[in-house]
Structure formats: C-alpha cells, structure tokens
Design a binder for this molecule. Sequence first.
Ligand code: URA
Length: 199
Amino acid sequence: MEGLDVVACERCPALVDSRSRIVNGVGPADADLVFVGEAPGATEDERGEPFVGRSGDVLEAALRDVGLARSDVRITNCVRCRPPENRDPHVDELDSCRGYLDAEIERIDPELLVTLGKVPSEQLLGRSVAVTKEAAEVHDARVGGQSRRVLVSVHPAATLYDASQRETFEVAIETAAELAGVGTAADGGSGGQSRLGDY
Ligand code: URA
C-alpha cells in the first residue's frame, strides 16, 4: 500500500541474506481488523504476501466461517523478511521492524488488533503471554504511542499440529469479528456495531 510498503531495508543482515523479498502487509487501508503474525514463511517469501501458505488457509477458513473474506481484513507481520530455516525472529530484528508495524497500525487505525501466536502477542503487549490460556482475551496496549485493543490468538499453524487448538483459534476469530462489529459474528445482537466499548 502506498506509503506503507517497505521497499528497501537492510537493517537485519541475517534476514537480508535469507529473504527473497520484503513481505508487506495486505488488506484495506480502513480495515476494522488487523491480524499480526510473526514473520513470513517459505510460501510467503516466495509469493510476497503474508499468510498465503498452510497457516493462511487455516486463517481464511476461520474468517469465512464468520462471514469474512481475506480481503476484508488487514494481514501483516511483526517482521517483514523470512528468517533463516523459519527460526523465530530475534529481539533485535523485532525491534528493527517495529517502527514499520507501528506506522502501519497508525495509518489503518483499526477497531481491533489480533495477534496470531506468541511472538506478536508478546511484541504488542510487551510482556510474556501464555497464548492458549489468554486466547480470545482483549487487552489494552500502547502501540506507536496510542492505546489499542489487542485480542490474543493462538497461531493458525498450531491447529495443524494440535487439533485441540482448533476450537481455541476459531473462538478467537469469532470473538474478534464480533467485537470489531464485522462479519456474520457481529450480527449476534450488536447490529454490526463494534462491541469494544463493552470491554
Ligand atoms: N506465519 C506467520 O506468522 N506469518 C506469515 O505470514 C505466515 C506464517
């Protein structure tokens, strides 16, 4: 998206070596929901778009279940370059990329941020997070100098390794849609209005 895409960045030498390209966020500039993942994987690195591999399929299916298309929401990552061998991004890499994420969130100004997994949850909440225990909980966080509502979710990939995480993930997505007042989940009494004031 114009003004938000990082077109050249060489801040993290290991990631510059491992990436094929920078993977920027996708989705509407006025999205009510912004999903924040960890970092691109192999498929994302190849295609230049976040969550287009198996994790993306799981995310899209959960969105569909609540009446949302992928194109209705913004999807981005804490780190925009694929780490070598899919390792977790290092703290200095998360720090280097943080300004890009903050600027993206400030520009989109969503109703709600949804953190997909431990790394983005801890990055945005600034503390350690037990994602399974805190899934679907909403917390306030300072993001780019502003207070934001953040809903914690397990990572969609967790559902592929552990079937018991599936419901946890689906409930988080349903809660997110309901609170942001989008999709069919929002029809349950809120009339398409954000319910975040209740929290
Ligand atoms: N996992 C992530 O955290 N981000 C992606 O873009 C893909 C998989």
